[in-house]
Design a protein around this ligand. Structure first.
Ligand SMILES: [Zn+2]
Length: 157
């Protein structure tokens, strides 16, 4: 019997005891949610930023159990349902199709290039294999942003 280790693992890393006690570590169908007081050990990745303070860290665990960094969202706030955010991310990550050419937060960038945010006109350069980020300008893709996490907004130009 072997467990399927390859999975999205989302860490809620916070020193805020109140926030931590609101959530508990749990395994779901296509992701695991882990509440932690410390940043997990992530395999080396050039895109891996310095993470400080409270974060939601999205990783993928390979079959050997190693964690690779995918993206993060700083400063979790209490007014979001972070399980729902993790669930949306895992759903988007495993969905390899765009929505009529528009890509969602958390989907894998299919090819290197410049991508236009349909809502504000910001253009970001992304590499194949990264995950599509939140738009820093209009906050599309942010759980508190103007559109649902299930909607696409990045378009290859
Ligand atoms: Zn935008």
């Amino acid at each position: 019997m072997s467990e399927n280790l390859d999975k999205i693992i989302v860490f809620l890393v916070s020193s805020n005891a109140e926030l931590n006690s609101k959530y508990s570590s749990k395994e779901y169908f296509n992701f695991e949610f882990i509440v932690s007081g410390a940043i997990p050990e992530l395999s080396k990745n050039p895109g891996n930023p310095k993470l400080t303070g409270d974060n939601l860290i999205f990783t993928r665990r390979n079959k050997n159990g190693d964690l690779s960094y995918l993206t993060h969202r700083p400063k979790p706030e209490k007014n979001f349902d972070w399980i729902e955010v993790a669930q949306s991310f895992a759903y988007n990550y495993y969905n390899l199709e765009s929505e009529n050419g528009f890509w969602r937060w958390g989907q894998i960038v299919p090819e290197d290039g410049s991508y236009l945010c349909r809502d504000c006109g910001f253009i970001g350069d992304f590499l194949a294999g990264e995950v599509f980020p939140i738009c820093d300008v209009c906050l599309d893709g942010d759980p508190g942003g103007p559109i649902p996490l299930s909607e696409g907004y990045w378009e290859l130009v």
